[in-house]
Design a protein around this ligand. Structure first.
Ligand SMILES: Cc1cc2nc3c(=O)[nH]c(=O)nc-3n(C[C@H](O)[C@H](O)[C@H](O)COP(=O)(O)OP(=O)(O)OC[C@H]3O[C@@H](n4cnc5c(N)ncnc54)[C@H](O)[C@@H]3O)c2cc1C
Length: 417
């Protein structure tokens, strides 16, 4: 496919932040686009995430020493990073790759590859939000990472160094500076790090919806159906098979988040995709108004002020796509939130669980299928899908139009394992 073939029809599977941004960018490139989802846009992982959109996310999940933390992950079902025993046999191949990605040299390489994606990620939203007349969806307040113990802050030093090597803007704060920055916090933190250039969405779900609305207003088709497979010829897929019948197309983008694995395998790209389940608890009338998101690496969650209340979102549970939620994990988040914010009003709190689409090396898959040139893969964004939605969409559109994406795409290839 190339710019000399505008009007070619591309089917984008998945209307989360990645699929919607890809659809909009492909449309802006001159393609005819159909966005397919089994539900409404934004109802997957993009619905309830921490909504943080920044450039500091250059630290992978697996860092040196993670192997020694695995027994603890199995022992504590409420811990920030937990593994469900019953899922361990199915998880093991992914877990071995996860541990293999945690060596110091590999972490440095992964961090450089993450940095390549983060570069310009926030700015990539500007044209899309301008088209949607929704520039106020992102607020650039910075975010602050807080530490409850000196030991926790010390443990994080190598990661701070990694961020510094990637050129991330950050400032270490003493407790008094933190108190002045965010007076709604209890005086229980020993250190903090401010990342002044980070932004956040005022509502991750509404942001996906307004971008999907802009796509439709510009002539894009939204097709509500589950994708079952493909009608594939020697040159690649000719139609997407949905539960509502076949949808003929010239090309396909797989952006189905944590559910992308079987679709990618059908299209010549078997990948070790897993899900890192995460939880949120949201306080609709919090009675406090933090001016920026507050994050804890020790607890692995963020408290983000949204237009719909204060949302505490995060933690990781490796337990697959089928097991029911463990709501005690959301309650643990609520307990921490009450400790952090003494004046927090908790009436009417709601809870949610979502499925991060996660590769063992914390790098997404972005690129062509190794088998079919008319198939583009855009999933596996793990903890950073909100950050990377617009950036990924722009890369996918450039590849589909046979333009130079301006970035070496080798680290994000599906066949890198
Ligand atoms: C608790 C939590 C906190 C997070 N915090 C942040 C954060 O602060 N910042 C950040 O950048 N990221 C964060 N993330 C990660 C972020 O939410 C994800 O990386 C991102 O939402 C993934 O987007 P996606 O479009 O790939 O997937 P999704 O949003 O899950 O979208 C996939 C879509 O594909 C559809 N689909 C799947 N299979 C099919 C099929 N067969 N047929 C049709 N449709 C299908 C689904 O219905 C769904 O709508 C967080 C995640 C969690 C869980």
């Amino acid at each position: 496919m190339s710019p000399s073939t505008p009007g070619k029809h591309i089917a984008v599977i998945g209307a989360g932040i990645i699929g919607v941004c890809s659809a909009l960018s492909l449309q802006r490139e001159g393609f005819r686009v159909t966005l397919i989802d089994q539900g409404e846009p934004g109802e997957g992982a993009s619905f309830g995430n921490g909504a943080v959109i920044g450039d500091e996310a250059v630290v992978p999940v697996a860092t040196p020493g993670v192997l020694w933390r695995v027994p603890g992950m199995l022992a504590d079902p409420l811990g920030p990073l937990a593994i469900r025993w019953s899922y361990l046999p199915r998880l093991t191949p992914w877990l071995l790759r996860f541990v293999a990605a945690s060596g110091a040299r590999r972490v440095e390489e992964i961090s450089i590859a993450l940095g390549g994606l983060m570069d310009g990620a926030l700015a990539a939203y500007t044209p899309l939000l301008a088209q949607a007349d929704a520039k106020d969806m992102i607020r650039r307040t910075g975010w602050v990472c807080v530490y409850e113990s000196e030991a926790g802050f010390r443990r994080y030093q190598p990661m701070l160094e990694l961020q510094r090597r990637r050129g991330v803007a950050l400032e270490v704060l003493e407790p008094e500076a933190l108190r002045q920055l965010e007076p709604s916090l209890a005086p229980i933190f020993t250190q903090a790090v401010l990342y002044p250039e980070v932004g956040h969405s005022v509502n991750s779900f509404r942001m996906v919806q307004v971008l999907a609305g802009a796509f439709q207003s510009n002539g894009g088709a939204l097709h509500r159906a589950a994708v079952r497979g493909f009608d594939t010829g020697p040159e690649g897929p000719r139609a997407v098979q949905t539960e509502a019948g076949p949808l003929p197309c010239d090309g396909v983008v797989v952006a189905a988040g944590a559910w992308s694995k079987p679709l990618a395998a059908d299209l010549g790209a078997p990948v070790p995709l897993e899900t890192e389940r995460g939880y949120h608890v949201q306080f609709p009338e919090p009675g406090i108004a933090p001016r920026l998101p507050v994050y804890s690496t020790e607890r692995a969650f963020v408290a983000t002020p949204l237009e719909v209340g204060l949302r505490c979102a995060g933690t990781v549970e490796l337990g697959g796509l089928q097991a029911p939620p463990n709501w005690a994990r959301a309650e643990a988040l609520a307990r921490h939130a009450r400790r952090w914010f003494p004046n927090l009003q908790t009436e009417g709190a709601t809870r949610w669980m979502g499925f991060r689409p996660s590769m063992p090396d914390s790098l997404p898959v972005i690129g062509r299928s190794p088998r079919f040139p008319n198939v583009f893969l855009a999933f596996g964004h793990g903890h950073s899908g909100m950050i990377l939605g617009a950036r990924t969409g722009a890369l996918v559109a450039a590849l589909a139009a046979d333009r130079d994406p301006g970035l070496d795409m080798t680290p994000y290839r599906a066949d890198r394992f």
